[in-house]
Design a protein around this ligand. Structure first.
Ligand SMILES: C[S@@+](CC[C@H](N)C(=O)[O-])C[C@H]1O[C@@H](n2cnc3c(N)ncnc32)[C@H](O)[C@@H]1O
Length: 337
């Protein structure tokens, strides 16, 4: 045992050279009084640090560990979202979601006209005129002369904007907050970006150590991880799906400054018994009539090229009015009865 303790002390010395092992501390005196031949204080410090690191890792991982979910879900009743039928999962109609996205995407497009010349050139006259039409209010006039930050555009279009920053929950990493303005109940607050996999498509390697895999009710998966293999796959699929100058999806959500400011929904944290959910996920299939020039802001891409299915997106919708400074919390688990 003592040799084991001795080894650990040497390890402590290697990793914590600042820990004085032979200090004549009160603790060491107590150890000696208890008959210990070695100073176990550094050993205890190392063990405490390791246990702390392990506990943090577990706290962050447990939400993906199926046995933990099975045992604990019912204990945390508040963290469950229950819907009677999968058809009742949607809080607001698809038309409302589409209208919100179109409003924001049009404003983002107008804000970026200088870079959109090649696309603009190929649009029918009516659409081109609509994007280039003189603006009515003073704010929009200013915008026509200057390129605004996407978050400013969002604030102008929706009356609020969101941002990523350190979560208000301990050891929950990054979260998403309402940075400015107020989000009315039923509004589309964010989008869940990522590569879309049909239920039969391979996702094993991308899923390793990946907390960003979102499973839709029908089994479609969205990989919202902005690092590693997931990032490479998303970039590759996005580069593949181009139509001349028309980009059909957005890859800037993989960076710190997404062109579509909604595309940070993958960073929304799970609610807890203390923090009630204020947003919920809602699936949204992009229809063929969605304007080609605005698809460049869609943060999702199909893994498979020749799928005839509409592109699956997931949006987060406000469950109540959410005020500036509040963090967004969703339900990671929806139970369909
Ligand atoms: C989809 S990610 C959310 C973004 C994450 N916060 C980050 O910074 O990468 C899911 C992970 O966030 C962490 N998380 C989410 N909700 C949490 C909560 N209520 N308490 C602690 N950790 C949480 C867990 O590590 C979980 O695996």
């Amino acid at each position: 045992m003592l040799s084991f303790v001795y080894d650990l002390q040497n390890i402590t010395r290697m990793y914590h050279p600042q820990v004085p092992l032979d200090v004549d501390s009160v603790f060491w005196q107590d150890c000696k009084r208890l008959g210990c031949k070695e100073n176990v204080l550094p050993l205890l410090q190392v063990m405490t640090n390791h246990l702390k690191a392990l506990r943090e890792k577990w706290n962050s991982y447990k939400y993906r560990f199926v046995p933990w979910i099975a045992v604990n879900l019912r204990k945390n009743e508040r963290t469950l979202r229950r819907v009677k039928d999968s058809s009742q999962d949607k809080l607001v109609p698809d038309e409302e979601v589409a209208a919100s996205l179109l409003t924001l995407f049009r404003d983002l497009f107008k804000n970026d006209l200088r870079r959109q010349r090649a696309v603009l050139h190929l649009l029918p006259d009516s659409s081109r005129t609509a994007y280039q039409s003189p603006h009515s209010n003073a704010d929009s006039l200013k915008r026509s002369n200057r390129h605004f930050d996407p978050c400013e555009v969002m604030l102008d279009s929706f009356g609020f904007c969101i941002e990523r920053k350190s979560s208000s929950l301990q050891s929950a990493g990054t979260g998403v907050f309402v940075a400015m303005g107020m989000v009315p109940k039923g509004t589309t607050v964010a989008m869940y970006p990522g590569t879309v996999y049909q239920r039969y498509e391979p996702v094993f390697f991308q899923s390793i150590c990946n907390p960003f895999l979102f499973r839709c009710i029908d089994g479609i998966l969205i990989d919202g991880n902005d690092k590693g293999l997931s990032k490479i796959v998303h970039r590759s699929c996005s580069g593949r799906d181009r139509l001349g100058p028309f980009r059909l999806n957005d890859i800037t959500w993989l960076t710190a400054n997404p062109e579509n400011p909604l595309a940070v929904g993958q960073y929304v944290n799970n609610c807890s018994n203390e923090k009630a959910p204020n947003v919920c996920y809602q699936e949204f299939d992009v229809q063929d009539k969605f304007p080609l020039e605005l698809r460049q802001y869609l943060p999702n891409v199909n893994y498979q090229h020749d799928t005839h299915l509409p592109l699956r997106c997931v949006v987060l919708v406000a469950l109540r009015d959410i005020h500036s400074g509040e963090e967004l919390f969703s339900n990671y688990y929806t139970i369909v009865h």
